[in-house]
Design a protein around this ligand. Structure first.
Ligand code: OGA
Ligand code: MN
Length: 335
């Protein structure tokens, strides 16, 4: 199924077929929390993945049972929605740290201006996923910071452009616009399972190069300085990796994936486009409509995600992200 239109085929369209939200499945399941006072109720939001977990209060100290229950749910569902979480930055960071060391958000040029660093966000572990400036005002459309952040509208997986790639991301909704701004997720384990055997064989031992400047280049908006380019060199990862939590194989592709190592550019592009198109078919995709207070956790090793448009000149959308480093993989890939 070769795809015409190159990378632009993956730019979101308002009415694109893969924007369709899949209806909720209402069968509920109770997770046993092994004697903890806190009962966690979980229901699956998509036939293939995504769990909604209620009953955990992440604002107070999270006990070991709750921590482990969330981990088991993540292993299975890959995306977990925890509604009504009243988190501030300190609590979000403290909760996220229960699962491993966190990435620091690297400031790009223009992102933070001298003298006002940290005015709105003080902790380096918090990624600013918003259309706001340091003082909380809406960024103008042509602002470099907003253009940089809008690359989130491409299907991607966080930090695949780092050799120390990410395990989980946790995104907390502080302010949501009245409409739009949904986030879409796709399960790349399910996509891998559904690939024809010949394709599975073809990609078995391939590696791709991932670069943040490649994905930023696709949007055309943000041009890095030489210093930024040097500070964030590309990374290389296998196209297929085993997801440790579920033991299942997953496709590891993203808008950051520029080419297959050792392949001619055009063949590389065709294969990556084909795999991307396959992985974002509607049966693999869940669209999340945010409510303020939602914490959504996703596993970057077996999902891709993308933001979608909203009326960003008129409405605020403020999300804050923490990102857990995939320590296990980092060690293994350095060996
Ligand atoms: C992110 C991201 C999507 C969104 O925080 O990593 O891609 O909808 N967010 O804001
Ligand atoms: Mn992201």
């Amino acid at each position: 199924m070769p795809v015409k239109g190159g990378v632009n085929a993956f730019l979101p369209e308002r009415t694109g077929r893969f924007l369709m939200a899949i209806p909720l499945r209402l069968d509920e399941q109770k997770f046993s929390t092994g004697g903890s006072a806190m009962g966690l109720a979980i229901r699956q939001l998509h036939p293939l993945f995504v769990g909604e977990l209620r009953g955990a209060n992440l604002d107070s100290n999270v006990d070991a049972t709750t921590r482990d229950t969330i981990e088991r749910a993540m292993d299975q569902y890959a995306v977990c929605v925890l509604p009504e979480q009243n988190l501030d930055d300190e609590r979000q960071v403290a909760f996220s740290r229960l699962y491993g060391p966190l990435e620091n958000a690297s400031a790009v040029a223009h992102q933070r201006k001298a003298g006002v660093i940290g005015e709105r966000i003080k902790l380096p572990e918090i990624f600013d996923v918003s259309n706001l400036d340091e003082t909380g005002k809406i960024l103008p459309e042509d602002d470099a910071r907003w253009q940089y952040r809008q690359a989130n509208e491409l299907w991607h997986t966080d930090s695949s452009f780092r050799q120390k790639s990410a395990a989980w991301s946790m995104l907390h909704a502080r302010i949501v616009p009245p409409s739009g701004g949904d986030t879409y997720f796709t399960d790349t384990r399910a996509a891998y399972d559904a690939l024809p055997d010949a394709m599975k064989k073809k990609i078995e031992n391939l590696k791709a190069e991932h670069s943040i400047w490649y994905s930023r280049g696709q949007r055309g908006g943000y041009v890095p300085t030489e210093q930024e380019r040097a500070a964030r060199p590309p990374a290389q990862h296998p196209l297929v990796r085993r997801h440790p939590g579920s033991g299942r194989k997953a496709l590891f592709i993203a808008s950051h994936a520029s080419h297959i190592i050792g392949w001619p550019a055009d063949e590389s592009r065709t294969l990556l486009d084909e795999l991307m198109a396959f992985a974002i078919q509607p049966q693999f995709v869940y669209g999340h409509k945010w409510r303020a207070g939602d914490l959504v956790i996703w596993d970057n090793r077996c999902t891709m995600h993308r933001a979608s448009e909203f009326e960003s000149n008129d409405h605020k959308r403020e999300m804050r992200r923490t990102t857990v480093i995939d320590v296990q993989y980092t060690k293994a890939s350095a060996a």
